[in-house]
Design a protein around this ligand. Sequence first.
Ligand code: ATP
Ligand code: MG
Length: 732
Amino acid sequence: MTRGPALEDLRARLNPAQWEAVTHTDGPLLILAGAGSGKTRVLTYRIAYLIGAAGVSPREILAVTFTNKAAREMIRRVEALLGTDSAGVWIGTFHGICLRILRAHGHLLAVGPDFTIYDTDDQRRLAKAVVEEMGLDPRRVSPGKLLHRVGRWKDEGVPADRVPDEVEEDVREFYRRYQDRLREARAMDFGDLLLETLLLFEAHPDLADHYRRRFRHVLIDEFQDTNRVQYRLAVHLARLHGNLCVVGDDDQSIYAWRGADVRNILSFEEDFPGARVVKLEQNYRSTQAILDAAWSVVSRNRHRHPKRLWTDRNDGDPVVVHEARTEEEEAAWVADTIAELRRQGMPLGEIAVLYRVHALSRPLEEALLTRAIPYVVYGGLRFYDRKEVKDALAYLRLVLNPDDPMAFRRVVNVPPRGIGASTVAAVEELARREGLGLHRAAQEAVTGGRLRTRQARSLGTFLGLLDGWRRLLGTVPLRELLLRILEDSGYLESLPRLDPREARERRENLQELLNAAETFEREEGGDPKAFLDRAALVSDQDLGPDRAEVVTLMTLHAAKGLEYRVVFLTGLEEGVLPHQFSMWEDGEVEEERRLCYVGMTRAKDRLFLSRARIRTLYGRDGGIREPSRFLGDLPAGVFRRVEPEPASPWPPQQAPAPADAPPADGGRYIQPEPGAVAFRAGMRVRHPTYGPGRIVRVQGRGPATKLVVRFAGATRKLLAWMSDIEVAAEDL
Ligand code: ATP
Ligand code: MG
């Protein structure tokens, strides 16, 4: 056995139960423990121990995390512990890992190796088309519901031809046809990535065996949120050696609505009899007051493994409960409290504001904006779900797979180029009738005299553009390819026709996409297909900048696994948390309770809970809202109630500027004509989103000019012509 350089260090940084979990490397291991007890830390140290001390090669390890971001973080820590490269460890989400396997053995799949991944939007359109094709009335039979049912079958690991006969015929037929259409389009949806991998292993035992031999150690974080098919995949992979280590907390199971199944924890002990079970009871994250408050909420659930955490940290400050009159006042209180904490020296990156649903973020954002407190909203509309980003990627998809019907429909007339729905229908009809790929059919339609001259010409031009971009594949960098597509297609040019704010936002997002392409090129070699895979797999939990100097706003779901010194949990009202759709069923209230527990246990030092008596939500105006039942569960003595102020001062007082602040927002700023300004370092500028700043550096020339600008929140790199930046009149 070789000894890793930092082995003694590892041991010193773990408690005995954690160390036992790290070093128990032979046979199945279940670590069942509460929030902040070091589960993720144990997995990280275990990987380091396996490589550094137990002589396991990195390529024999498979680790599953809940987000891609968590995967990157874990690998970074392992490398820091080992002081070496841990390249070769397979680490990622279940979806990412399955995609990798499917791409590697694509020749065995019905869709081939170059399949497209459908996102929820594509799925919905396809579902709608299938419902119409079946002659069902979409107003009576909701495509969304059918899709949901199909999703649940996939989560259960049941393919279309194995759905039991008792299930309604319409549902079974929908599932079958939906899969047929996917296959024709050479596409998979998210659920397929998991299910197809399982089916692949079943159909090719030799292949399953190959991976089983390879992965001598399988580790899974957030095990309570795995669904059935993920569980079966894990069992498949670990069957040979039985070295499966899973960590989870039944109190934090919050994805039942997506098919996650806490019963996997129970199955584990059945499928692996004699599995070692380790419990961790010491919490290293939070103060006792925070733990007591969180425990009082979750311990009312009937279905849970009883456990209670302790900490040797002191009681800390009491949890603060604030009852505001309105959502605006709640937001003002949150923002004022943050301003005060900042004044006391709390870094903004250590502060998170959590809520049950995204709709709650708007007043919070406004309150932070007026106080010039930089923040980032994490998740929400996924960056890659934004219209302009999806349009751009649909173009790229079409360049790679000219038969992709969803991508074709999406961009063939965006921006408008006179190719209407009837032309598209004619092409699709032709493809179906003659059994042609969509691209061939479009070509035939152009030359075959089936369309009116003007439409044929427009379609011909579009196909010509596609061919042109296809010829660029492999010859120009990814970023340039994307930029060319956006320019040649007329997409960028069409933006100013929109409302200016909208246009600006879209331009910024496209700029961000180009940046992402450039980074991808630099870090992973710019294969466009791999870039699309990445875009498809990024979840809303993965995005968001590194939290340097900004407050983070996000949903409770997105906060899983994270920790912050200060946490605000807002909207503690009946109908919000617990959510109105989950208020009546016991099982669902239990999940809401767990969600509340997850939120509270993100806090290390300070926890603030708030609610508003009046809130407008879902377009319904100002109903009086009852306090969340979870507030009523808090034991006296751990919290302090703050009453609303008579009236919040208006306009709100400005928070003091940070020490290295850029110039104040005084004077006159002018938006220069593109190309008319010579940007130089030192110029004062103002950006519509980031506010005033100063140019630190200018890179490149002409349309490629990039500006490095220091704003109050952060220093950012912007593409000059795309960013709507204004220059101080005096500096021009
Ligand atoms: P969650 O359930 O929220 O995912 P977790 O059980 O995965 O939490 P970790 O995130 O691994 O917990 O650990 C919580 C915090 O406690 C981290 O900051 C971690 O570094 C710290 N920690 C865990 N174990 C120890 C230890 N033995 N000594 C010092 N710090 C520890
Ligand atoms: Mg964790």
